[in-house]
Structures are given as structure tokens and as C-alpha cells.
Write a protein that binds this ligand. Structure first.
Ligand code: XUL
Ligand code: CO
Length: 438
């Protein structure tokens, strides 16, 4: 069997005292944390598009990525070879899941029939590799943003015929996700937004998008797909404004259009940052609605205002994310998908290993730090104490909806000026540091 990454073996766990590279220092996949092995908490997934298809170009320069396994052609045979390289990479990196867009894995044909034949052929290879390795599909999706036909949007296009093409593509992408046993299906509305309102009927576009998602729900039931549907918020890029701009906007849209019971959210760190929110904010908004489904684990670069999709090497961020994941009782169908790319300068195949090890070790350490924070209980105690006044009889009656403004007036008139405690932010930040820097 051809070896695609002959220079790297299976990445071993060696522990944090080692100075070796191309090893896991923190990701010990079977180590039990809060009653479950690390790999079950983290459910790492490898993104096909960045790992196999991203040439590492930028707006000013051509791609730099070396991909010796790829003959550079758009043939189905080359597409099938890439799948074998991808699974070897996942095996060597102990990545248990993967995610893909239809057009990442198989070339678009001259018409829908040819595109579907191409996809079926590659899906055959994906299924064979899943069987061989035990790797699983976390989620699939349709790429509705690269082809020029989608320049005005897909499910929000001004053109009905384009909308129909998008529907055909999603239908097939759902079929193959189901066939491969995917546990989720993602809708990321890359071009579902506008570049200018001068040419846009926003209300009509939003109604069309809702109809489209209802059709997807109907089709899901028709084919018996039991996985979760996820919407992935992002505020902009490539459009000036994307309708699914952040978690709150998505939830509002889903509620308004009677879709809330059928979708959860796939929250991406860099998208949260572009929306001007922290990742933790987005996760809490989703979680409070019972809609935190999955996470695209990457991060931005504070000096650059765009979607840099950096590999997540920030332990604070990973700890905050894992606090939210543990608080909701862990992932069910979702996981941590490395929707991240190497820097353009990290163009060698070995950099794919360094990048994923960085992300995996950071999240393993974040999981352990989050678990230690929960065990310690300082934050929980502080928050419980901070809201203690609400545990009074009046507090409970307010929360139960039994109190009027007249009652509040009577209470306030009785007690005089309330004593106000400190928020202690800096003290709490120092406590957080204890778990991160020791
Ligand atoms: C783009 C992005 C997508 C989605 C899937 O910013 O995050 O790759 O994750 O379409
Ligand atoms: Co993403």
C-alpha cells in the first residue's frame, strides 16, 4: 500500500515532560476525565477542505502547499487518491472524525448527473476507508459558495434557477452524508447575505432561506437521516453581511420561521470573533437555547480583521470552550472540528502534523484545566453567591412570574438603598490564571 506521509509515523502520547516533537504531550486519548476518556469528550474532527484542498494561497500570492500525493488534476481518480492520503493522515494523528463539503472530495461535473456520479465514486472510497480504519464522519455539507452561479447567493439567490441548483446539491450532499453514517449535517450560509442593500430584497431572501431549510427538514425525514442539522453562524466574509450573523441572530431566525426544533448551531471561534463576540458568549447563547451542537475549533489573529482560521493554540480559549462543553454534559452528535489552516509559510506536509498536534494538545490541556476548575468550584461558588438574593422568597416569586411592579415598588420603598458588592473581576481572572499557568 502506498504511504503518503512516509516521513511521519503514528503520533505517540509521551507526556508533558518530553521535549520531543511530533508527539502528543497532553492528548492521552484514553485518559479518563470526569468519567469519560479524552477522545469521547473532544471528538476531534479533521476538515477535508483545509487538510487536502487548501493550497495556502492568499489574495496576494499563489498557493504554496506541497501535496506530493496530488497530481493537480480534477480527475475522479486523483480525488480517490486524496481520500487514501487523508485517512492515512487521520490514522497517524489519531483523529477519529472528519468533515467535508461535497466539492472538496469530488469534482463538479458538466451537469448534475455527472457531479453526482463523481461524488458517488469518491463516496465509495470514503466508505471503504471508513470501514478499514473505523474513522467516522462528523458532518457533511454542500459547498454553495465557490461556483460562480452562487455569486448572488444560493438559498437566497435572486434567481430561482440557482435556488433549484442549490436544492439539488443539498439533497445529494444529505444523501451521501446519510450513506456514510454522518452524525450531523451543516448549513453554512457563505453567500446567504448581501453585498449591497441597493439590489437586495432582504425580507424575500430570508423567507426563501426559511423555505429552503424546511425542505431540507422534510427531505431529512424522507430519507430517514437521524443526525443533527447544524447552522454555522458567521457575520461577514465573503458577503458584507451574512444573515446567520451570530448565534442570537440564527436562533431568532429559526424561531421566527418555526425551525427551532430542527436545528442546533455549529459555533466557530473565528466567526464569533468576527461578529465582535467572544467564543464563550456565542457558546452560552447557543447552550441557553439548548442548541449548542458542535464547534469549529480554530481562532483568529487579533492583528488581522478577517477569517484567518488559525489552528487553536490558545489555552485560555480552549479552557473556556471546554468549560461550556462540560457544562452542557458533553457533545452528543457534535465535536471539535479543526476548521483551521496552516499559515502560508507552513507549506510542507509535516506542518499538517504540527498544526493538528498543536490543536489537539491545546484542547486536551483545556479539557483538564476546565475539569479542574469545575472540581475546585470557585467560580461556581462565586456566581451562586452573587445571585443569592434571588433565592429569597421574593426572588423565587419574581422568577415564577408572580410579582407585579406594585409589589416591587412596595419592596423597594421598604428596604432603602441596597448594599452593592464588588464584581471582583481581577480576582477572578487571577483564579483563572491559577488553572492555566499554575
Ligand atoms: C467558512 C467556514 C466553512 C464551514 C463549512 O468560514 O467556516 O468552512 O465550516 O462550510
Ligand atoms: Co467553519
Amino acid at each position: 500500500m502506498t504511504e503518503f506521509f512516509p516521513e511521519v509515523g503514528v503520533i505517540p502520547f509521551v507526556g508533558s515532560t518530553s521535549k520531543d516533537e511530533l508527539v502528543f504531550r497532553r492528548y492521552d486519548r484514553d485518559k479518563v476525565v470526569e468519567g469519560r476518556p479524552m477522545h469521547e469528550h473532544l471528538r476531534f474532527a479533521c476538515a477535508y477542505w483545509h487538510t487536502m484542498r487548501n493550497p495556502l494561497a492568499d489574495p496576494f500570492g499563489v498557493g504554496t502547499a506541497l501535496m506530493p500525493w496530488d497530481d493537480g488534476s480534477d480527475s475522479v481518480e486523483n480525488a480517490r487518491t486524496r481520500v487514501r492520503a487523508f485517512f492515512e493522515f487521520m490514522e497517524k494523528c489519531s483523529l477519529d472524525h472528519y468533515c467535508f463539503h461535497d466539492r472538496d472530495v469530488a469534482p463538479e461535473g458538466a451537469d448534475i448527473a455527472e457531479s453526482e456520479r463523481n461524488l458517488d465514486s469518491v463516496v465509495e472510497e470514503l466508505a471503504a476507508q471508513q470501514d478499514r480504519t473505523g474513522k467516522k464522519l462528523l458532518w457533511g455539507t454542500a459547498c454553495l459558495f465557490i461556483h460562480p452561479r452562487y455569486m448572488h447567493g444560493a438559498a437566497t439567490s435572486c434567481l430561482l434557477d440557482v435556488y433549484a441548483h442549490a436544492g439539488a446539491q443539498v439533497r445529494k450532499a444529505m444523501d451521501v452524508t446519510h450513506q456514510l453514517g454522518g452524525s450531523g449535517y451543516v448549513f453554512w450560509g457563505g453567500r446567504e447575505g448581501y453585498t449591497t442593500l441597493l439590489n437586495t430584497d432582504m425580507k424575500r431572501e430570508l423567507d426563501h432561506l426559511a423555505r429552503f431549510l424546511h425542505m431540507a427538514v422534510e427531505y431529512k425525514h424522507k430519507i430517514g437521516f437521524k443526525g443533527d442539522f447544524f447552522i454555522e453562524p458567521k457575520p461577514k466574509e465573503p458577503t458584507t453581511h451574512q444573515y446567520d450573523s451570530d448565534a442570537a441572530a440564527c436562533l431568532n431566525f429559526l424561531r421566527e420561521h418555526d425551525l427551532i426544533d430542527h436545528f442546533k448551531l455549529n459555533i466557530e471561534t473565528n466567526h464569533a470573533e468576527l461578529a465582535g463576540n467572544t467564543m464563550r458568549h456565542e457558546l452560552q447563547v447557543a447552550s441557553a437555547a439548548g442548541a449548542l451542537g458542535s464547534i469549529d475549533a480554530n481562532m483568529g489573529n487579533a492583528n488581522l480583521g478577517w477569517d484567518t482560521d488559525c489552528f487553536p493554540g490558545n489555552l485560555y480559549l480552549a479552557t473556556e470552550i471546554m468549560l461550556e462543553v462540560l457544562a452542557m454534559g458533553g457533545f452528543t452528535t457534535g465535536g471539535l472540528n479543526f476548521d483551521a489552516k496552516r499559515r502560508r509559510e507552513s507549506f510542507e506536509p509535516v506542518d499538517l502534523f504540527h498544526a493538528h498536534i498543536l490543536g489537539m494538545d491545546t484542547f486536551a490541556a483545556g479539557l483538564e484545566a476546565a475539569s479542574a476548575i469545575r472540581e475546585d468550584g470557585s467560580f461556581e461558588d462565586f456566581i451562586t453567591e452573587r445571585y443569592a438574593s434571588w433565592d429569597s422568597d421574593l426572588g423565587r416569586r419574581i422568577e415564577a412570574g408572580e410579582v407585579t411592579l406594585d409589589d416591587l415598588h412596595a419592596h423597594a420603598s421598604d428596604i432603602g438603598e441596597p448594599g452593592i458588592p464588588s464584581g471582583r473581576q481581577e480576582r477572578l481572572e487571577a483564579i483563572m490564571n491559577r488553572f492555566i499557568i499554575g
